[in-house]
Design a binder for this molecule. Structure first.
Ligand code: UGA
Length: 430
């Protein structure tokens, strides 16, 4: 099949490369010329394990191409997948302008019978608007469907190649047949539902996972006050098969480009629908205030941030990505600077944690190595569970006869081991 993927972010590039690897002829399109120039050269403009290798392999096979031109990518396409960004507006609702503009550009070029698939995360109430925009600009008969994406950054290639399920949002038998055939090689359960339900599966899945993290974060707050240990609580609860121990390690809150945005949008939807007791709006508010609340707690334990040198390890929002969107470091570092600390940041991949215009930015330095960040620091704060941090021997940066603190914001380290290295351990929910 001929496939055009509109938008070359994590979802677009990964999807395009994986479809190409199944033998399809794929065009990836973006209006960002610099991005397309890099992709044409076989360079992925963000860090995502295994993606560059797959991309280059498919380019060498001449199955995968990139362009900024709709007239190159769309006219031959049997399927056009729209995978452009849907960032949050101030109000919490999404900015749908990239989807609308992709629909306007794609529509006049569609061949008869082409299927336009919305892959971007969009609220069900907007689907009619996108369908109408396509209709208004199209010159031929086309089909419309949605297919939400469930890949995670950091494991995008593996998640796309081996998905837990594939959700097809269409009530048209002819469309379902084509999309089922396209996805046969994935050997994953196919869920065929209405376009509206497909988008709700996406919002509800992300919000449920965000909720699970929020739940355990608040349980960890309670544990701290009553002398319990949240890890012991998770261990005991997880044995209940209905609950399980997966995907709810506590921390400073969920981040990234998806959970915060999707929970905000669901909160906005609930508000628009006048639903009382808006769980999603509450979750957003708790998650946003959590880093500052935890830093106040830590402050009491370390005796004040004023004059302290703090090594902040982990600037991305999670390991194996250089994405810093809504990462804990984005709130932690400004908080520490505002409270009089000098901060050294380090991350194996992510850069630019602090903008030069930020208040007290002169007291921030990005270190080239973990050793340089930690050497002589009064406090080491590990925000992200990068394997490099877990493998590092922190005894090499301990200073004898000085009290140094070690804040393990992911409960990844053994408190006894940290004590043996020479630090005072502070975890979450302990
Ligand atoms: C998330 C979903 O997991 C994907 O299924 C979805 O496709 C994607 O959003 C999206 O909508 O595009 P992602 O944002 O890449 O994927 O990252 P996750 O691994 O799910 O982590 C999200 C946040 O939750 C991170 O800040 C992470 O540190 C945090 N988290 C995760 C926890 O605090 N505790 C956990 O147990 C797991």
């Amino acid at each position: 099949m001929n496939i055009a993927v509109i938008g070359t972010g994590f979802v677009g590039v990964t999807t395009a490369a994986v479809y190409a690897s199944h033998g399809h002829a794929v065009y990836g399109l973006d209006i960002d010329e610099a991005k397309i120039a890099a992709l044409k050269e076989g360079t992925v403009p963000f860090f995502e394990p295994d993606l560059e290798e797959l991309l280059q392999e498919q380019q060498q096979e001449r199955r995968l191409h990139f362009t900024t031109s709709y007239t190159v990518a769309v006219p031959d396409a049997d399927i056009v997948m729209i995978a452009v960004g849907t960032p949050s507006k101030q109000s919490g609702e999404i900015n749908d302008s990239y989807v609308v503009s992709a629909c306007e550009s794609v529509a006049p070029l569609l061949k008869t019978g082409a299927i336009v698939v919305i892959k971007s995360t969009v609220p069900p109430v907007l689907l009619e608007k996108f369908r109408a925009t396509l209709q208004e600009h199209a010159q031929t008969e086309f089909y419309f469907a949605t297919m939400p994406e469930f890949l995670k950054e950091g494991t995008a290639v593996a998640d796309t190649q081996h998905p837990d399920r594939i959700v097809i949002g269409s009530t048209d038998a002819a469309v379902v047949e084509v999309l089922e055939k396209l996805h046969e090689p994935f050997a994953a359960p196919l869920v065929v539902v209405s376009p509206e339900s497909a988008q709700m599966i996406k919002y509800a899945s992300n919000s449920y996972l965000a909720q699970r993290i929020t739940f355990i974060n608040q349980i960890s707050d309670v544990c701290e006050k009553v002398g319990a240990d949240v890890d012991e609580v998770i261990g005991g609860m997880g044995l209940d098969k209905r609950i399980g121990s997966h995907y709810w390690y506590p921390g400073l809150g969920y981040g990234g480009s998806c959970f915060p945005k999707d929970v905000r949008e669901l909160g906005h939807m609930a508000e628009e629908l006048h639903l009382d007791h808006n769980l999603f709006a509450w979750t957003t508010s708790y998650n946003q205030t959590r880093p500052a609340l935890k830093l106040q707690d830590f402050e009491n334990q370390v005796g004040g941030w004023e004059g302290m040198t703090v090594a902040v390890l982990g600037l991305s929002f999670k390991p194996n990505t250089d994405d810093t969107r809504e990462a804990p470091a984005q709130s932690v570092i400004p908080f520490l600077l505002d409270h009089g600390a000098t901060v050294r940041g380090y991350d194996p991949k992510a850069k630019h944690a602090v903008s030069q215009t930020q208040k007290n930015a002169a007291h921030y330095r990005q270190s080239p190595t973990i050793e340089k960040a930690c050497q002589g620091a009064d406090c080491i704060m590990v925000l992200i569970e990068w394997p490099e941090f877990l493998q590092f021997d922190f005894s090499s940066v301990a200073v004898a006869e000085t009290e140094q603190f070690f804040i393990d914001a992911r409960n990844q380290f053994d408190p006894e081991q940290v004590g043996d290295w020479g630090f005072t351990y502070i975890g979450i929910g302990k």
